[in-house]
Ligand binder design. Structure first.
Ligand code: HEM
Length: 397
């Protein structure tokens, strides 16, 4: 199992990063700070995706152990930690399932859901735009796309939450509890897919078509669905919540976006650059000497790529800490790059764009008495955990 979270979360992001690749003696890793080095490494086939091993849950004899072993098998089928050839095949099918076409077909439903959630929030005395808007918008849209029936959603959510909690512990957290949750999620998906899928289950259907066409086994399709649901479960809502909190401090930008003077798309991209959730740290292993633009990294080295530093490289992003949606030039690596470029980026961008657009109509201006709360994020760093406003401030969009 590979995951872009591990002990290297302890690497402290330095505002203003930049400079050469440095060896960090405390973690025994090379740390990358510049955008040019990051792009070079992420696109280099000799910078291998670092894999983490699961521990302590080898198959035993009883039903529980068999179930846990099933979860371990499913997570071994995730594209993430697979060897390059298998990764390419699995990734192709998964990327199509949540690709630009599928997402475009889902935009109206996404917009309707955003409006319905805000209408409901408007009827509350106090609404939390994280809990009552961002999270359900993003979670339910993906569950619709994978054909998970409403009655099974709370259970599936609990399993995804458990998986995320185990991953919070880094590689040590990946053990029997994690695999139990993977198996349970796989079970719910298999049940849902054994019945005819509803029209909106575009991603689920695409994976099943790949199974019929012999591109994937049914287990491989199920495993990618679990991974995509997990990949979605903590990232995009975090990004939308972060954006709402930033904009609550920038009434000028809110007004400019409402009048069309600043594109919502640019606000989304700048939000992704500064994060959350781009406080994640990616890891790679050098399989040959890597001649990075700002210095060499020798064969066998572990490499940490803290996105929060790379996306604040002052050589690429002047005045890097400023939230400036109108900046031009370099593109940040919010979704990674190269072979492991985020498979869910179309879903994420669409949800952020639509979510923000609908919110702009529902809140003519940010209410003065907004209450923003922060907490520790799964990916390290700080996330926005609540954005509370009076329901009366929300206009039914
Ligand atoms: C704002 C939201 C998101 C951000 C910032 C984000 C970021 C990333 C990054 C940086 C990577 C690369 C990891 C690496 O190279 O080590 C990645 C990979 C991945 N992401 Fe996302 N992600 C987001 C949303 C999503 C969503 C919505 C899904 C699922 C629908 C998803 C599924 C995945 C998967 C499956 C991979 C692994 C791809 C591979 O190994 O080929 N992500 N993501």
């Amino acid at each position: 199992v590979g995951f872009p979270v591990s002990a290297d979360r302890c690497l402290k992001p330095t505002a203003g990063g930049g400079g050469a690749v440095e060896f960090d003696a405390a973690s025994g890793r090379y740390v990358v700070s510049s955008l040019a080095d990051a792009r070079f490494i992420l696109s280099n086939p000799d910078a291998q995706f670092a894999r983490e091993r699961s521990q302590g849950d080898e198959a035993g004899g009883n039903a529980l152990e068999t179930f846990i072993a099933r979860g371990r098998e499913l997570s071994r089928l995730w594209m993430w930690g697979s060897p390059p050839e298998t990764h390419r095949r699995l990734r192709k099918a998964a990327a199509e399932a949540v690709g630009a076409k599928t997402v475009a077909a889902h935009l109206d439903a996404l917009r309707d859901k955003a409006r319905a959630l805000l209408a409901q929030a408007g009827r509350m005395e106090k609404a939390d735009l994280v809990e009552d808007f961002a999270r359900p918008l993003i979670r339910d849209s993906l569950l619709d796309m994978f054909g998970i029936p409403p009655g099974k959603r709370p259970q599936l959510e609990a399993h995804l939450q458990a998986m995320s909690d185990f991953l919070k512990g880094g590689e040590l957290g990946i053990g029997p509890g994690h695999h139990f949750a993977v198996a349970a999620t796989g079970h719910i998906i298999a049940e849902a897919w054994s019945a005819p899928l509803p029209a909106e289950a575009t991603a689920g259907r695409a994976l099943l078509v790949a199974v019929e066409g012999g591109e994937l086994s049914l287990d491989e399709a199920t495993a990618q669905a679990i991974l995509l649901l997990l990949g979605n479960s903590y990232t995009t809502a975090d990004a939308l919540s972060g954006l709402m909190a930033r904009l609550s401090e920038r009434p000028d930008l809110w007004a400019a976006a409402r009048d069309g003077r600043v594109a919502v798309e640019s606000i989304v991209e700048e939000g992704l650059r500064l994060g959350p959730p781009t406080h994640m740290v990616l890891s790679r292993r050098a399989m040959s000497d890597l001649a990075c633009p700002s210095g060499p990294i020798p064969t066998g080295s572990e490499i940490a790529l803290p996105l929060c530093r790379i996306n604040r490289d002052p050589a690429a992003f002047p005045d890097p800490d400023a939230f400036d949606p109108e900046r031009r030039g370099a593109r940040p690596v919010a979704f990674g790059a190269g072979r492991h470029l985020c498979t869910g980026l179309h879903v994420a961008r669409a949800a952020l764009q639509v979510g923000l657009e609908v919110l702009l109509h529902a809140l003519p201006r940010w209410p003065r008495d907004v209450e923003v709360r922060y907490g520790a994020s799964l990916l390290g760093g700080t996330s926005v955990t609540a954005v509370r406003v009076r329901g009366a401030a929300i206009r039914c969009p």
